[in-house]
Design a protein. Sequence first.
Length: 212
Amino acid sequence: MNVIDLTLQRSMPSVMVPKREAIEPMATNGERLLIAANGVFIEIRRSWLRLVRRVATYSVATAIPYGDVDEQTQLVCGAIPASLVGGFATMARAAFPKETGAWIVWSPTSGNFRLVPVEIRTHDERSLDYVPPRLELDEQLVVDCHSHGREPAFFSPTDDGDDEHEVKLALVVGNCSAPTPSVVMRLCAKGIFEHLERVPCAWYEAIAKEAA
């Protein structure tokens, strides 16, 4: 096998799921494919997250001599502080009617979260071009936040392209001058987009408090 293929396969190995014992979770950060009797799954590990999602099923009822896998989500970093979401809402109102952005990051060493503004190149009422912020030590992106100024909160095709290869939570705050701004949130995981039907109540409360 040529060197490029070997390198690609090492970056995302495939593992056959044992039938008579549980598969061990990934020991280090990265991604791998799990070949199971009930489909093909991707397992993603970051210091702040462990995620297992099915990405393919079988089109014929062939007997697959492997075990089953369940989808899993483990937010290793714990609850994201609502005060940081409220802090971003304050930034969004200050930038109104232009868009703005920030990251909520987490350090596995200290266990601390912080809100970090992005470095904006250009921004107007419908677009935001930025450089990722500089992080400290082992900090990692957990929530990618941006605002929509006057527009309601939604994920655009541009957002889909930007988020396609990312592993993060994405948050949009819209109607930023309203007493209660609109909010949407989703999980982004290597092309998987899972929209959360409800943003945590504490986040809404923090956003409303900052708006007041």
